[in-house]
Design a protein around this ligand. Structure first.
Ligand code: CAA
Length: 686
């Protein structure tokens, strides 16, 4: 027998319900991801009240239509007054319901969506479902009871990983740890959930997560904080989460919930969460190209070629292999190919050991790799990524060969990090097929991909590469052509000013310490030592024109020679170097600079404000489409701390007039866009 509920089924309603065999199925259909907006919450509560009031109903199933169960609170509502019922109120009402409520999960049950499921009395999921509390990635914590209910269901270890790190779990793992009660058939979720509800309808008392006790060793919290100290450095949310999980173990549920609510509000009002929420939307906006429609027809990419078996080429090959593409890897050196295949084999094994792929997938990935000396075997590739030596003559030669052998319509990409791709494109007969794909090292790990759009790159080539980026797990940002594109171009003023500060009296460790305290993984001189001080060196030890020349001439080439701006021990840990400082002092004196005391403020202005200034020029020149794209490049590619939202968001936070005043104080130029935006008290990110 089937009947319709009377309140929830108005025409066009997002939440509808149906009663079958005494079980009410409440279905939300709010594309794209069933976020728990005010309208959805109100619809769910109304349907739940119907189920409670109707004597013919013995239990309810909460499910979603479309691609996923609720993917969380509606992030666009954050920062506004939350309309009632709030998510915590809705979760409380579900748990308090006198009839069993079952969450039927498919797709991804995330954030507030999973919290709602935790408040249900039972959870059933399809095997392909993933469940997670990723709020920490938005600088937040689960604010609807998640920190108090999850550890009561799964135990503390799982809860710490899922909430403080934001790691989701697969359905099978969720079943194992007590997060879900049953797995459904992949295609019969609702029917299985209704059957399950009927089965448990008469059981009392109803299992309520809030009524369970948490059993854990109190030492687990300190150990967890210590083990993750590096990862959590500078972030407010993870520590607040561990505090709340600790509270779940030794305080009554009601007290824990009140603490959670206060902590959530505090984080929501803070700058860190605003920064991380900005990045969430910026990463998605970056995929959109203003003059390329979303339905642009795309080229088919089935086979990939990579030229150059060095570190970059190997990493790029690995990124495509992991995503299931066959890859032909070409190099002129047999030795380089052999080494690259061995390194890729090691990377694939490591991925398998970490559970990122099964043993079978690892074997299949290696079978898809075809290392070869034969350039002509690239003839059937749909995309060819050149990752050879960073030299225009070399690149032009390779592209001329590609022009002769690549199939018509193949996309010809270069991984150059600085060179003018328009010159490369103009040197062949098919410039519209040429695009930049600037991967970041290690290319199979780093999520950023700068997609460089040449003056003549075809729109369908761009659209294809953006889609492909998502398929290989990258976050793509479009850049127009200039020296260094978005990311590396901003490194230039930072390095120039950092070295100028040395001439004025600062030490490398003093400058690096300011950057590390700011939240960067390393400072400009640690980075220079890592990259190698011999890069671009003219190789004449008697020609000392720059500070770099002075270091290179002494064999202080950075980490690779155990000495650069720092001395390195056998574990590659940097130590302030009296030898380097003496070298700097000598060069300072010989070039007529006078040593003076350098303040932290001066370091911030000259090495960070100048980056903002360069970014404003990048925006003004149309090299980047939007300020958020620059923020994505620096957070995903260079370790700019996510809790500061990227250089443009950070500048907005401290105020553009402050940036302008700082630059002027030190006699530095101010980009017109920066000056204009500051003058009208505007922001880069709207
Ligand atoms: N709120 C509002 N909009 C959301 C959203 C959310 N929770 N999740 C996704 N969207 C939007 C995206 O911005 C995107 O919009 P556009 O198409 O306009 O760019 C659209 O939905 C599709 O998203 P994706 O492009 O990310 O789609 P995908 O298929 O690659 O991934 C997903 C889907 C895994 C659900 C991913 O969107 C995701 O991880 N979402 C966020 C999940 C999350 O963080 N939830 C916690 C929210 S905070 C919370 O719930 C706090 C609380 O406890 C009270």
């Amino acid at each position: 027998m089937s009947a319709e509920s009377n309140t929830a089924n108005r025409p066009g309603a997002i939440v509808t319900s149906e009663i079958r065999d005494g079980v009410m199925t409440i279905v939300t259909d709010s594309p794209p991801v069933n976020a728990l907006s005010a309208q959805v919450r109100a619809g769910l509560l109304a349907a739940l009240r119907d189920a409670e009031a109707d004597p013919a109903v013995k239990g309810a199933v909460i499910a979603c239509a479309g691609r996923t169960f609720f993917a969380g609170a509606d992030i666009t509502e954050f920062g506004r007054v939350m309309a009632e019922p709030t998510l915590p109120q809705l979760a409380g009402a579900i748990e308090a319901c006198a009839k069993p409520v079952v969450a039927a999960i498919h797709g991804t049950a995330l954030g507030g969506g999973l919290e709602l499921a935790l408040a249900c009395h039972y959870r059933i999921a399809v095997p392909s479902a993933r469940l997670g509390l990723p709020e920490v990635k938005l600088g937040l914590l689960p604010g609807a009871g998640g920190t108090q209910r999850l550890p009561r269901l799964t135990g503390m270890e799982t809860a710490l990983g899922m909430i403080a790190k934001g790691d989701p779990v697969e359905a099978s793992e969720a079943l194992h740890c007590g997060l879900v009660d049953r797995l459904a058939g992949e295609d019969g979720l609702i029917a299985d959930a209704v059957g399950f509800t009927a089965e448990v309808a008469a059981l009392r008392p109803l299992p309520r997560a809030s009524e369970r006790a948490v059993d854990c060793d109190p030492a687990v919290f300190a150990a967890f904080r210590e083990a993750n100290a590096r990862r959590f450095r500078g972030f407010e949310a993870p520590n607040a989460i561990v505090d709340l999980l600790e509270a779940s173990a030794d305080r009554p549920f009601g007290e824990g919930i009140a603490m959670e609510s206060r902590a959530f509000e505090a984080l929501l009002a803070g700058t860190q969460s605003a920064a991380q929420r900005h990045l969430f939307f910026a990463e998605r906006a970056a995929a959109k190209i203003r003059d390329v429609p979303p339905d642009m027809p795309q080229r088919t990419i089935a086979r990939v070629g990579v030229i150059g078996a060095g570190t970059m080429g190997g990493g790029i090959a690995m990124a495509f292999l992991s995503a299931g593409f066959p890859v032909t890897l070409v190099d002129a050196s047999e030795e380089a190919l052999r080494k690259a295949a061995a390194t890729i084999g090691g990377m694939v094994d490591a991925s398998a050991a970490k559970g990122r792929m099964t043993g079978e997938q690892a074997r299949a990935a290696m079978q898809r790799l075809m290392p070869t000396l034969d350039f002509a075997s690239l003839a059937d590739a749909d995309l060819i990524v050149e990752a050879a030596y960073e030299d225009m003559t070399v690149k032009k030669e390779i592209f001329a060969r590609l022009d002769r052998i690549a199939r018509p319509g193949a996309i010809l990409a270069t991984n150059t990090s600085f060179l003018d791709i328009d010159i490369i494109a103009a040197s062949i007969s098919r410039p519209a097929d040429v695009v930049g794909m600037h991967f970041f090292s290690p290319a199979h790990v780093m999520k950023l991909l700068e997609v460089v759009r040449g003056a003549r790159t075809a729109k369908d080539v761009l659209a294809t590469v953006m889609t492909l980026a998502k398929r290989i797990g990258k976050i793509a940002v479009v850049a127009r052509v200039c020296h260094g594109f978005i990311g590396n171009r901003m490194l230039v003023p930072r390095q120039i000013h950092a070295e100028a500060l040395l001439m004025d009296g600062a030490t490398p460790s003093q400058i690096d310490a300011v950057h590390v305290a700011f939240g960067m993984p390393m400072g400009p001189f640690q980075m220079a030592d890592l990259a190698g001080l011999d890069i671009g060196w003219h190789r004449d030890p008697n020609r000392i024109e720059t500070l770099r020349d002075a270091f290179a001439a002494q064999g202080r080439w950075g980490q690779k020679t155990g000495a650069g701006f720092y001395d390195y021990d056998d574990k590659r840990r940097p130590h302030a170097s009296p030898v380097a400082e003496a070298l700097i002092a000598r060069f300072r004196a010989s070039s007529g600079h006078v040593e003076r005391a350098i303040s932290e403020e001066e370091i911030v202005v000259r090495t960070l404000y100048t980056m903002v200034d360069e970014a404003a020029r990048i925006l003004e020149e149309g090299i980047a489409q939007r300020a958020g794209d620059i923020d994505v490049v620096w957070t995903q590619g260079y370790g700019w701390p996510a809790y500061r939202g990227g250089p443009m968001f950070w500048a907005d936070t401290i105020g553009l007039p402050t940036i302008v005043a700082g630059l002027e104080k030190y006699g530095l130029p101010v980009a017109p866009l920066l000056r204009e935006t500051a003058a009208r008290d505007g922001r880069f990110n709207r």
